[in-house]
Write a protein that binds this ligand. Structure first.
Ligand SMILES: Cc1cc2nc3c(=O)[nH]c(=O)nc-3n(C[C@H](O)[C@H](O)[C@H](O)COP(=O)(O)O)c2cc1C
Length: 169
């Protein structure tokens, strides 16, 4: 098999093949809240329960996480594409939360989606600046799951419905 040299085009097209659940990562600093759509989110370890997120340092939400060392990962349901669009754009921080979604505030001040697929509230325990991003390792301190709902997926440059997941025959 002949391999291709990596180009920007190949990179983008290749990464589009990694379909993943769409999330909104939120953080709050001095009473102001911020949030961004993210798919670079993954499980890290079960003991202690931890996850990784990759955040571009030019995103407004990055500063909020760095300053407070806390974030929440809100997994979206297949009906919440509009929320994904809102948080991927450059609307004012408050406008992002006010236009769509049943947002609640936790005791620690983080915004969490009451009608999402799942919420994981994390304390940052480590981070690494690499390339344009910071990889944050967060220890999960609280969660809420709605396992009867289906996830919103992003892949092939589009929002997708997972549908009922079936075993490969
Ligand atoms: C489907 C999708 C997935 C994204 N995933 C990430 C991600 O994992 N990390 C990241 O830094 N930005 C990601 N982005 C881009 C941010 O959502 C976008 O830059 C956002 O405007 C940042 O908002 P902020 O500057 O208000 O924090 C993604 C965008 C989309 C549409």
């Amino acid at each position: 098999m002949e391999l291709d040299t990596i180009t920007d085009e190949h990179f983008r097209a290749g990464m589009q093949l990694i379909a993943s659940t769409v999330t909104v990562i939120t953080a709050t600093c001095d009473g102001e809240r911020s949030g961004m759509t993210a798919t670079a989110v993954t499980s890290l370890s079960a003991d202690p329960a931890s996850m990784l997120i990759c955040v571009n340092r030019s995103n407004r939400t990055h500063k909020f996480i760095m300053e407070t060392r806390k974030f929440a990962v809100n997994l979206l349901t297949e009906d919440q594409q509009q929320i994904a669009n809102n948080f991927a754009g450059q609307k004012s921080l408050d406008e992002k939360f006010l236009s769509e979604g049943d947002w609640k505030i936790t005791e620690s001040g983080l915004s969490v989606l009451n009608d999402g697929l799942a919420v994981f509230v994390c304390d940052v325990d480590q981070w690494m600046d690499t390339k344009t991003h910071t990889v944050f390792s967060g220890q999960i301190v609280a969660c809420k799951l709605a396992t009867n709902q289906s996830p919103l997926i992003y892949g092939k440059q589009a929002y997708l419905k997972a549908g009922p997941l079936e075993n490969v025959a």
